[in-house]
Design a binder for this molecule. Structure first.
Ligand SMILES: Cc1cc2nc3c(=O)[nH]c(=O)nc-3n(C[C@H](O)[C@H](O)[C@H](O)COP(=O)(O)OP(=O)(O)OC[C@H]3O[C@@H](n4cnc5c(N)ncnc54)[C@H](O)[C@@H]3O)c2cc1C
Length: 433
């Protein structure tokens, strides 16, 4: 019997193509279930087409959601790859442990976190998600099962961490945790008025803060006004404030983000944080996952959806390249309130196609306004390419093959590990297969 057809949207809601949807729920039968070809699908929190396989098969991994082991002494957890990071945090935190690297949402699977080698606010201190993975099991469509770690089948480990789901299905993983004394962080909010100030704050913060991130006002132009957030886990153990997440109720007929609403929001957000500046306690949910309190917020951009453009540029040119991008964005009148600026640390990436590299990453959401938006991206691409930077596939839905090849010099090595039974909308666009 063939799998049911389902329209699947990635987080950016740019397309709603039909897919044949199958569910993997039993590790022992994965090899048999994937023989006919398809693409692993985690929780669909990637923005563009890395998690889509338009017209083809998706293997939903959310049924692979069992804990296998939790070593409370050593801080190690072993679980199936469809488990959400939220489920892991909920179980390990009461025993004084936390995941060392978390992205801006906890609603992603372990498999998705490995396949995009996601990063968080702690890159300078802990690296990316792949740096916390001790081992995993990879099942290929020819039935081969590969046990991977930095020491065992290390070449498969390097290809699969950040491997965009194209090397096989990860069925289980063993992860390192970090000790914490409670669910709260001691945080500090610092408004800044220029990019120079942002870079000064970043280099000071990395000496004494595990987590750093900034919001940047994308309508203020190349000047680069924003708010810097830094924090460390702290000893406060009070229970979490009772707050149930709300759901954005509907998809409005047009994007609610436009140049007027953006200008008003940015002005108010900057002012509000200026008033709140200084030190304080923050619970880990609003600190790490502020957007998780408004479920389905991606509907705000209306029926045409939205793009995220996330780049990283190297340290030597980070000031000029970031300024040039912000000037282009301000000139365009496009952009959104979700604009994030962060510096990555120096450590070598664990995956052949890992996105993080030393330098500065800028991420911005843009309502899909068709040709106008795509034209802006071409101008931003030129700045990123000239700077020797790259774009993040987890967020991408439109970069060119040339841009991908230029940004990922180890691509030719990676190609050797592709599973011939796996293909995605992104792989067809960027690799031609
Ligand atoms: C609000 C929000 C904030 C975010 N913040 C960040 C951030 O700060 N940093 C960051 O790096 N990312 C961030 N992201 C992006 C997100 O973390 C990644 O896209 C992540 O990979 C999504 O995981 P997923 O489980 O939803 O996987 P999906 O999006 O469903 O799939 C992602 C990729 O993983 C592959 N895959 C999934 N499961 C498996 C498996 N078991 N075996 C092999 N391959 C698999 C898929 O084929 C696909 O290529 C954010 C996303 C959102 C919506």
């Amino acid at each position: 019997m063939s799998a049911p057809l389902r329209r699947v949207l990635a987080w950016g809601r740019l397309s709603a193509d039909e897919h044949r949807w199958t569910t993997l729920a039993d590790r022992s039968t994965v090899a048999r279930s994937i023989r006919g070809g398809g693409l692993p699908f985690g929780n669909g929190r990637s923005y563009g087409d890395v998690c889509l396989n338009a017209g083809g098969v998706l293997w939903s991994t959310r049924g692979l959601d069992r804990f296998i082991a939790f070593d409370r002494e050593a801080g190690l957890v072993e679980c199936e790859a469809g488990l959400l990071l939220k489920d892991i945090i909920d179980v390990v935190l009461p025993s004084g442990w936390f995941l060392p690297v978390v992205p801006g949402t906890q609603f992603i699977t372990v498999g998705g976190a490995i396949a995009n080698d996601v990063h968080g606010k702690a890159h300078h201190a802990a690296g990316s998600f792949g740096d916390q993975v001790l081992s995993f099991e990879l099942v290929r469509t020819d039935g081969q099962v590969v046990q991977c770690s930095p020491d065992e089948n290390a070449e498969w480990f390097r290809a699969t961490v950040g491997g965009l789901g194209l090397t096989g299905v990860i069925t289980r993983a063993r992860l390192r945790l970090r000790k914490v004394s409670g669910p709260w962080l001691e945080s500090e909010t610092i408004p800044f008025d220029s990019l120079e100030e942002f870079f000064r704050l970043s280099s000071e913060a990395r000496k004494s803060f595990e987590y750093t991130v900034s919001w940047i006002d994308c309508v203020s132009g190349g000047r680069g006004r924003g708010v810097f957030f830094q924090g460390n886990h702290g000893g406060k153990t009070d229970p979490a404030p009772a707050r149930r997440p709300k759901t954005f109720p509907l998809t409005p007929p047009v994007s609610l983000i436009n140049s007027l609403s953006l200008r008003a929001f940015n002005f108010a957000y900057y002012r509000m944080n200026k008033l709140k500046q200084g030190r304080g306690w923050q619970h880990y949910v609003p600190f790490f996952f502020p957007l998780d309190n408004l479920l389905e917020w991606n509907r705000i951009y209306g029926p045409r959806g939205f793009f995220q453009y996330q780049s990283v540029v190297p340290p030597g040119v980070q000031l000029d390249a970031t300024r040039a991008m912000l000037q282009e964005i301000a000139r365009s009148g496009l952009g959104s309130f979700l604009a994030v600026l962060k510096t990555f640390g120096e450590r070598a990436a664990p995956g052949l196609l890992s996105f993080p590299m030393p330098g500065t990453t800028l991420a911005l959401d843009f309502p899909n306004q068709g040709a106008q938006t795509l034209a802006l991206f071409e101008r931003l691409d030129a700045i990123v390419a000239e700077a020797g930077g790259r774009l993040y596939p987890a967020k991408d839905a439109r970069m060119t093959r040339a841009m991908f090849e230029a940004g990922y010099p180890r691509l030719s090595e990676f190609i050797n590990y592709l599973d011939p039974g796996i293909s995605s909308s992104m792989s067809r666009r960027l690799l031609g297969r």
